[in-house]
Design a binder for this molecule. Structure first.
Ligand SMILES: [Zn+2]
Length: 454
């Protein structure tokens, strides 16, 4: 095919001839040599309204859509006008050029559509033949159009939220933090800001306004933060709730992890290398709940197939391995303290299922007593943590706040990082995250069929 038909949006580009050339990156390109239709207005001076002279001519090349795997470009001559009366000069306007890019509007819209569909920048760069930086610039603008007012401020929440979740996450350099505020029902991110201080909460309240905040009933957050104070400061009617996700995270990181390390040190000091070794790598078993492990073992007995075998590629079938529960019970037997951890975890899980505050208060008190009875410094710390945040913990029974949304956002942050959006442009990363929270998944099943490593 040596003849290309252009859409009507490109009617100002005419009388063109097609040449096929090969680019530096070894892709074939249809180079369309044509003319740009003139416009009466171009030659009138915007300052004094009089007729201008043609001062200069220059060649312009704009990228157009791909045809199959071939790229295409429009090449034409552009005029520079000069006004002899007032000295004004300007270039002839190209109606089909995308503002700020050396591509036409057709290609810009196509690129934006692919990005909105959920393809990664790398995939879009391949399909459009554009450079990665151009794709990123287009995507950034697309997200700003969608989620900001004039590119300066985030849009207002789409709906009134009843429950908010607030959290912080480390940025790429590992020292700086960002604050994230989400609608706990929809999972939509409503606010993202640098810094981990109360200031972020204040600017959020300023952003959505006091009336909107009046509709919020509860906010879920971590216990080790000053977010609670910030909300109590400005919106005393909002109940702070310490959610299950953060409680378990604190327990796993600061109690289970620490005790396991202590125990390992103790066993090594006592010369029991074998027992110390069996503790190593047991974190998964210790931190996943007993029910999950118990469920996996019958599956193993039934020979649950995790991965199908194939005779074509001589691949062996992978079935679920037996003995999770046995190893777990072995670990528990070896160590009384680990047994207590296990019990506490089960009690926490039960307590967070309760829907009336008195029962939950009893359950949490029981957990605190169990912690204190051990005399272990990490468990004593945990007991104090529960004690100091008691009201916000048992409030969970009243407010139906699930841990899933906060976990979901944490997962999305990781996924976007892996796809390479995390560095170095924070604005872009934040908007990508904002966008991802409004989609069911970051990953798009159709887009995934296009190879990542093109
Ligand atoms: Zn003039």
């Amino acid at each position: 095919m040596n003849y290309i038909t252009l859409p009507s949006s490109l009617e100002d580009f005419h009388n063109y001839k097609t040449e096929i050339v090969t680019t530096a990156s070894n892709r074939e390109l249809y180079l369309l040599h044509g003319q740009l239709k003139g416009n009466e207005k171009d030659s009138l001076c915007p300052n004094c309204g009089r007729k201008m002279h043609i001062h200069d001519r220059c060649e312009a090349t704009l990228r157009h859509l791909c045809f199959g795997d071939k790229l295409s470009c429009l090449r034409f001559t552009k005029l520079r006008y000069y006004c002899p009366h007032c000295g004004h000069s300007h270039m002839q306007e190209v109606p089909f050029q995308a503002k700020g890019h050396r591509i036409n509007c057709e290609l810009l819209n196509y690129t934006r559509d692919l990005l909105a569909y959920g393809l990664t920048n790398k995939q879009v760069a391949y399909l459009t033949g554009l450079g990665r930086n151009t794709v990123k610039d287009i995507d950034l603008q697309r997200l700003k159009d969608k989620y900001t007012v004039d590119g300066e401020r985030l849009i207002q929440p789409e709906r009134q939220a009843r429950y908010l979740g607030i959290d912080e996450f480390k940025l790429h350099d590992g020292h700086k933090y960002a604050v994230i505020i989400i609608d706990m029902v929809t999972g939509h991110i409503l606010w993202l800001a640098h810094g981990k201080k109360k200031v972020s909460v204040y600017s959020f309240i300023e952003h959505v306004g006091e009336d909107w905040m009046d509709g919020v009933e509860a906010v879920a957050c971590d216990m080790n933060s000053d977010f609670q104070e910030a909300f109590e400061d400005r919106c005393p009617h909002i109940q702070t709730v310490f959610d299950y996700f953060h409680i378990v995270k604190n327990f796993n990181d600061k109690v289970v992890g620490q005790i396991r390390k202590d125990e390992q040190r103790r066993l090594i000091a006592e010369g029991d290398e074998k027992a110390a070794k069996s503790l190593k790598g047991s974190r998964y078993i210790l931190t996943s709940s007993k029910q999950t492990l118990a469920r996996k073992d019958p599956e193993a007995e039934d020979g649950k197939i995790l991965s199908k075998g194939s005779s074509l590629f001589s691949k062996e079938q992978v079935v679920r391995k037996d003995g999770h529960l046995a190893r777990y019970e072995d670990l528990i037997r070896q160590n009384k303290l680990l047994f207590t951890l296990d019990l506490i975890k089960e009690k926490l899980c039960e307590a967070y299922k309760m829907t009336d505050e008195p029962s939950m208060a009893d359950a949490i008190t029981e957990i605190m007593d169990m912690c204190m009875a051990t005399g272990n410094k990490h468990l004593l710390w945990f007991s104090r943590l529960l004690d100091n945040h008691f009201e916000g913990i048992i409030a969970h029974a009243t407010y139906d706040i699930s841990a899933g949304k906060i976990e979901g956002i944490n997962h999305k942050i990781k996924t976007l990082r892996r796809q390479g959006y995390g560095y170095p442009d924070d604005d872009y990363f934040f908007l990508k995250l904002f966008d991802a929270s409004r989609k069911g998944y970051v990953r798009n099943p159709v887009a995934e069929k296009i190879p990542q490593d093109l």
